[in-house]
Design a protein around this ligand. Structure first.
Ligand SMILES: [Zn+2]
Length: 470
């Protein structure tokens, strides 16, 4: 059973997905010179990293040692940025693995190691120190453990993969620290668990995980921590690595630092690259310039919608919201388009708007949930000239007829339908066309609920300052 709602669009369709798409994504920020901040010169950091890793090939390795894969990093130096933490300035650097491994979990919870791990650089005198921090959310082991703020474990290793430190985070606060390999010590009660790593192959855009093979496991034990330890160290700054966005010293010409930080208001702690945060934030700032986008953003904040974000190449389609995990995942940063972001955020809004959440509509009502999101995106598109509507919502043979309907229910893109009566005569007709055109939402067991009208959409339109129909 697949629980993620996604904007699944066939691969060929991506090229033609959005008629009149003309919104430019912000350029990923580039290092125009070698200086990332006063502390970090990227050329020197790279050199030091290469020296540190030069002994990796001759390290003795145990049987089933995950370092055989995790040390073969392909560092994304161009995406590096620096942040200030309680334990000093750190450079945060995403990377991928030559051969990816996946953290255990049921299929919808499986996540690539590199999507949840960052290389961290700190300066120590005239030397650079390298660590990795891996953020493993509790829901990977227990799907019922989704909390308001992030809960999980942070495992810190040195660049060569030796355990350094670990923290247990409960609802956004550090409440425990890890003891490695000594579960029988005289400390307080320890809770130990295994993290399993699997090798999987996956097909991008389909999201199908081929049968996965067990590769490695490691055990972590956590001790209950005195409160003072937590307060004093705040997890030694590891929470800040993924906690904040702005106030970091990016490289030249980062336009998002001048924008209001709307990203943080709707986000949990997330292992999400800074250029991706900037892209989401720039889009949010763009949305609120329009009456409907503003009402949408207010809807998100007034329902206290907060999501965890991630980039994972194993994400199906262009993006996916999981009502089980409260996550929005993208396969890569450039998939963050206004249309995809709006759809996935709309799913997050639905999840908070509908009593009991939308996980109950994984099968029955799934088509209602999806079509409502597509229709909202398409209404926004025709209202805000330039974004248009998706030609894949109902299938090419119906595009012009669907467009005519969109124009009718918006008075040629000048008003929003604010009452069900405006759309009621053809709402389920178009939902049916959508289902026929998108086999991904026409799977065995998936059903249209004929009395499930688009309440979330109408709440946003009716509370907006837009001109309204009727
Ligand atoms: Zn969707």
């Amino acid at each position: 059973m697949k629980r993620t709602f996604s904007s699944v669009i066939p691969i060929l369709g991506i090229l033609i997905a959005i008629i009149q798409s003309c919104t430019n994504l912000p350029e990923p920020h580039r290092q125009e010179n070698s200086l990332i901040s006063e502390t970090f010169r990227i050329d020197l950091v790279k050199k030091a990293y290469q020296e540190t890793m030069s002994i990796a090939p001759i390290l003795p390795k145990a049987v089933n040692d995950k370092r055989e894969r995790t040390l073969k990093r392909q560092i994304l130096w161009e995406d590096a940025y620096s942040i200030k933490t309680t334990s000093g300035e750190k450079l945060v650097v995403p990377f991928t693995l030559e051969n990816e491994i996946f953290v255990n979990g049921s299929s919808e919870n499986r996540r690539s190691y590199s999507s949840m791990t960052r290389l961290l650089v700190s300066k120590n005198g005239d030397k650079y120190d390298f660590q990795t921090a891996t953020y493993i959310a509790d829901y990977h082991r227990d799907p019922s453990k989704v909390t308001k703020e992030w809960s999980g474990q942070i495992i810190v290793e040195n660049a060569l993969g030796d355990f350094v430190d670990g923290f247990y985070v409960d609802n956004g606060k550090v409440t425990g620290y890890a003891v490695k390999g000594n579960p029988n010590s005289r400390t307080n009660i320890l809770s130990c668990f295994w993290i399993e790593y699997w090798s999987c192959s996956y097909v991008s855009y389909v999201g199908y995980f081929a049968p996965c093979l067990f590769m490695y496991s490691s055990s972590e034990c956590f001790s209950v921590t005195p409160a003072a330890y937590s307060a004093a160290t705040n997890g030694s700054g590891y929470l800040q690595v993924v906690g904040g966005n702005y106030g970091s010293s990016g490289t030249g010409g980062n336009p998002s630092t001048q924008l209001v930080d709307r990203y943080s208001t709707i986000s949990k702690m997330s292992v999400f690259p800074q250029n991706a945060r900037n892209s989401v934030n720039a889009n949010l700032n763009e949305f609120i310039l329009s009456c409907l986008g503003k009402s949408f953003y207010v809807g998100l904040t007034s329902t206290a919608t907060r999501v965890e974000w991630g980039i994972d190449p194993a994400t199906p389609g262009l993006g996916a919201y999981s009502p089980a995990n409260k996550t929005i995942m993208f396969p890569n940063t450039s998939a963050i388009s206004p249309q995809t972001l709006m759809e996935e955020l709309f799913h997050a809004y639905q999840d908070n708007f509908y009593i009991g959440g939308t996980n109950q509509y994984v099968l029955s009502g799934r088509q209602n949930i999806e079509f409502e999101a597509k229709l909202f995106r398409d209404i926004f598109g025709v209202l805000e000239g330039g974004t248009g509507f998706s030609s894949l919502t109902v299938g090419p043979q119906y595009n012009s007829q669907y467009f005519t309907w969109l124009m009718a229910i918006t008075d040629n893109g000048t008003k929003v339908p604010s009452d069900y009566s405006v759309i009621s005569s053809q709402y389920f007709y178009w939902m049916d066309k959508f289902v026929q055109a998108n086999p991904g939402y026409n799977q065995p067991g998936m059903l249209t609920l004929n009395n499930f009208t688009p309440g979330a959409l109408l709440r946003i339109t009716s509370s907006s300052s837009c001109l309204k129909k009727p």
